[in-house]
Ligand binder design. Structure first.
Ligand SMILES: [Cu+2]
Length: 188
């Protein structure tokens, strides 16, 4: 005779396994809740330390983004600091000049709407948000030219908004830097 009634031990075993899986999944959910709570509280108690602001209305008049202060400069420690702005529909400077094999810090912001800042062939890829300063670290190993398109739709002239990054030999850059406070390659 065959019957399909599960045996007593079978039912007990199934319940045991089911309880084990229920405990495991509850533990996973509890862990995720704790992680989310920690991340939320941690963010609230320690806001990002490096949010820097720049008023787009006074960008051209005062502060670090005035036109005479844009371009590349040699810092006291030998690193290069580049300041740039994006506006409808261009970058200033339109051509950024940097030396090869040197740590470079780019500080950039927008004078109007949100723009994209991307350097072709590198991992430099950020947004220029009006009111905030975007800070990017980069290093270009080899001399050459890179395209720098705006990759965030910013208006009717968006497709024509792009700049260039020109990487030159370190010694040649230093020579130029000796005679100019701020460098760019707009006229090259
Ligand atoms: Cu743009």
């Amino acid at each position: 005779m065959t019957h399909h009634e599960p045996s007593h031990e079978g039912v007990e075993r199934a319940e045991r396994i089911e309880r084990r899986w229920a405990t495991l999944s509850t533990a996973i959910v509890a862990l995720l809740v704790v992680m989310a709570a920690f991340a939320g509280i941690h963010q609230a108690t320690m806001p990002q330390a490096h949010v820097e602001t720049a008023d787009p209305r006074t960008l051209h008049i005062a502060g670090e983004f005035v036109e005479s202060n844009l371009g590349s400069a040699v810092e006291p420690d030998g690193s290069i600091l580049v300041r740039a702005i994006g506006q409808q529909y261009s970058f200033t400077p339109a051509c950024i000049l940097v030396p090869a094999g040197t740590p470079i810090t780019i500080r950039a912001t927008s004078a109007d709407v949100v723009h994209g800042f991307l350097i072709d062939g590198t991992n430099v890829n950020t947004m220029l948000v009006p009111g905030y300063v975007s800070v990017i670290s980069a290093r270009f190993e080899n001399p050459g030219d890179h395209h720098m398109p705006c990759h965030e739709f910013c208006g009717t002239g968006h497709e024509g908004m792009w700049g260039r990054v020109k990487v030159i030999d370190k010694a040649a850059f230093q020579k130029l830097a000796a005679n100019h406070r701020r460098l760019s390659c707009v006229d090259q």
